[in-house]
Design a binder for this molecule. Structure first.
Ligand code: HEC
Length: 139
């Protein structure tokens, strides 16, 4: 076969290659949605998927924002049954998300929204809420 035929065959195959890669992209979007609709049940899931991605840029280091270090290994001890600096609420009250300042800042209705100006997806906020309401275990 001449190289011409190979070239024509390649041209014919190209659209299918692009169609396939479109499918791969949309499959990954489905994965992300699945993750966002409720697989963040343990504290380590929340740490990995929420705090590490959306919070530690401000909440880590030698003078973390709000005096709150959310980096891995430090976050739990700085949250559960610890008084907040910006309100007279505790940051996390086990079994009680509505008394927990952490939930209030994620919700942003009567506390400064976190992350500032970029509300998390409702599924992510709900993951933190139900982790608190299940007892805020270090799991
Ligand atoms: C761009 C920087 C920035 C990011 C990102 C950010 N925060 Fe904040 N956070 C602040 C600042 C600044 C404060 C201090 C209060 C204020 O001035 O609004 C604060 C305060 C807080 C407080 C109150 C602490 C206390 O004891 O009063 C909590 C809880 C909090 N943030 C949680 C989070 C969480 C959870 C995330 C990620 C989902 C996050 N923040 C992302 C800057 C940030």
């Amino acid at each position: 076969m001449s190289t011409k035929i190979y070239f024509i065959a390649l041209l014919l195959i190209l659209p299918f290659i692009f169609t396939c890669s479109d499918n791969i992209v949309s499959e990954c979007e489905v994965c992300t949605d699945e993750q966002q609709t409720g697989t963040f049940t343990s504290f380590s899931d929340i740490q990995q998927n929420i705090f590490n991605n959306s919070c530690v840029s401000c909440h880590s280091g030698s003078s973390p924002s709000g005096g709150l270090d959310l980096s891995e290994g430090a976050a739990y001890d700085n949250l559960v049954n610890v008084a907040s600096t910006g309100s007279n609420l505790q940051r996390v009250v086990p079994f009680n998300s509505s008394a927990s300042y952490l939930f209030k800042v994620l919700d942003g209705t009567d506390a400064p929204l976190m992350p500032p100006g970029a509300r998390l997806s409702q599924a992510r906020i709900d993951s933190v809420k139900s982790w608190i309401n299940r007892g805020a275990a270090n799991d």
